[in-house]
Design a protein around this ligand. Structure first.
Ligand code: AMP
Length: 290
């Protein structure tokens, strides 16, 4: 496929999976490696850090922007989710992005679409206990994106740690042939993880939101000092509730599988908590315990 004329600074916007496949084929024929960064748009510096990691990993970068309806449940924020394509394209200028794939829902889920991917293992528990539909929606859309773009690498944030493990499991299990790269979470100065959903927080809620990473850090200090896990988690949950959060989960898991912690293995502390109608998630590494 010959790329249409475009300004050097602006990515080419592709809206159909056929065109994306043709672009990918032409890159591969030229021997260029591809890295993909799947997003739902409303881009922030966290997304841009993934784009920069992608540019280091491969010759060309494709960013997808698609608010995926199948990963939202009834009553969730699908309609309210920020859609800011023009501003997103502007932010990507200067970040070595060759293509932005921005399909509509009919392109991804044409009439009669009837397939969904169910991942076990790292999908079990945590988010699935509160959003049972979520990971099959994510796995299905990520599989479609990877099979259309056929990237050598795809970059995901540790911000969504369970999602990162689920996507890695799915690509291995289905022999998709893309290596999944995980990148660290970018945070505001007060520690709050950057997230498109932070836009929902009014000023008082935004101030309270910084308690989430602060409490995680506090719990980690206790755990690494040898406090009993149940006590450290109960204290953390109580601290969040005192700050006005409703806690969905605050869990200590094995970092590789998200199963129960294993003595001598790296652990991960994961949280999901709501401030009013805004649901925030975060996680941090915890050193191995005994
Ligand atoms: P989203 O648009 O929220 O679906 O996120 C797209 C990708 O960006 C996912 O792989 C997220 O894990 C990643 N991401 C979101 N927030 C951050 C952040 N603060 N730091 C690093 N990566 C992030």
């Amino acid at each position: 496929m010959t790329a249409p004329a475009r300004s050097k600074a602006s990515p080419l916007v592709i809206r159909t999976t056929n065109e994306l496949q043709a672009w990918s084929d032409s890159c591969r024929q030229q021997g260029r490696t591809i890295a993909m960064v799947p997003t739902m748009g409303a881009l922030h510096e966290g997304h841009l850090s993934l784009v920069d990691a992608a540019a280091k990993a491969a010759d060309v970068v494709v960013v997808s922007i698609f608010v995926n309806p199948t990963q939202f449940g009834p009553g969730e924020d699908f309609d309210a989710y920020p859609r800011t394509e023009t501003a997103d394209l502007e932010k990507l200028k200067g970040h070595a992005v060759e293509v932005v794939f921005a399909p509509n829902a009919a392109q991804m889920y044409p009439d009669g679409f009837a397939t969904s991917i169910s991942v076990g293992g790292p999908s079990m528990g945590l988010e699935t206990d509160f959003r049972p539909h979520f990971f099959s929606g994510v796995a299905t859309v990520v599989a479609k994106l990877l099979l259309a773009a056929r990237p050598h690498f795809a970059v995901f944030g540790e911000k969504d740690y369970q999602q990162l493990l689920v996507v890695r499991r799915m690509t291995r299990d289905l022999n998709i042939g893309t290596e999944i790269i995980g990148c660290p979470t970018l945070r505001e100065a007060d520690g709050l993880a950057l997230s498109s959903r932070n836009a929902y927080l009014d000023a008082p809620a935004r101030q309270k939101a910084a308690r989430l990473p602060a409490v995680l850090k506090h719990v980690i200090v206790s755990l690494e000092a040898g406090a009993p896990v149940e006590t450290a988690l109960a204290d953390g949950r109580a601290a969040l509730e005192r700050s006005g959060f409703e806690v969905d989960y605050l869990s200590l898991c094995d970092a590789a599988t998200l199963g129960a912690p294993i003595p001598g293995h790296q652990r991960r502390l994961l949280v999901a908590a709501r401030l009013g109608s805004t649901r925030l998630i975060d996680n941090m590494p915890v050193k191995a315990g005994d």
